[in-house]
Design a protein. Structure first.
Length: 199
């Protein structure tokens, strides 16, 4: 990442760093190349969260549920081939799988959305909760002829960017809207007139 005219090494996910630090003997090679408390870094992470729509969304398959069921019952998975689990067992196994997936490092969790955003949201979630932040600053919606219109432009390879207009009223007072864009540098920089530097 590039902040305050400085390139930061963001190869180490903050969640992995925290887990490493909690060990009795932390691995000295796992070092953060950024300061997660730096206000400019936090603003960049916030911009990543608010300019993306990819979410964590693990939906276990019936086969994965069968595999877990077989392990728990200590039977061979092959004994369940061409058989359906009772709905209560299927529901319980899928709930267990979802709960286990949430406990993984964010970099190993399943994402739903734009593939180019996966790494960004996996990195950002460790620093700022996606659902909480997006809930606090929702996409602005206006009404036109009784139709609610969400103010966003989805990414396309033709325009090489995506855009959200977010309602920032929770932090900056009623009626405060902010544009968040993400895309090719030549598409973003030409639309900027100011740069955030040192807060």
């Amino acid at each position: 990442m590039f902040i305050n005219r400085e390139q930061l090494d963001c190869a180490v996910n903050f969640q992995a760093h925290e887990r490493n630090q909690a060990l009795e003997k932390p691995d000295e090679k796992i070092i953060l190349g950024y300061n997660p408390k730096d206000p400019n870094f936090q603003e960049l992470v916030k911009a990543v969260v608010l300019s993306t729509y990819t979410t964590f969304n693990y939906d276990p398959s019936d086969e994965e549920a069968k595999t877990l069921y077989a392990r728990m019952k200590k039977v061979a998975v092959s004994t369940l081939e061409n058989k359906e689990l009772p709905s209560n067992d299927l529901k319980e196994m899928k709930a267990r799988l979802r709960a286990a997936e949430k406990g993984l490092l964010n970099i190993h969790r399943h994402c739903k959305g734009d593939a180019s955003e996966t790494g960004l949201v996996q990195f950002s979630q460790s620093l700022m909760d996606l659902d909480e932040t997006r809930g606090k600053f929702p996409t602005h919606i206006y009404t036109d002829n009784n139709n609610k219109i969400e103010t966003m432009i989805p990414f396309s390879s033709d325009i090489k960017f995506n855009l959200f207009i977010r309602d920032m009223s929770a932090d900056k007072g009623k009626g405060n809207l902010t544009v968040y864009m993400k895309g090719a540098p030549e598409r973003i920089i030409t639309r900027c007139s100011r740069i955030l530097q040192n807060g």
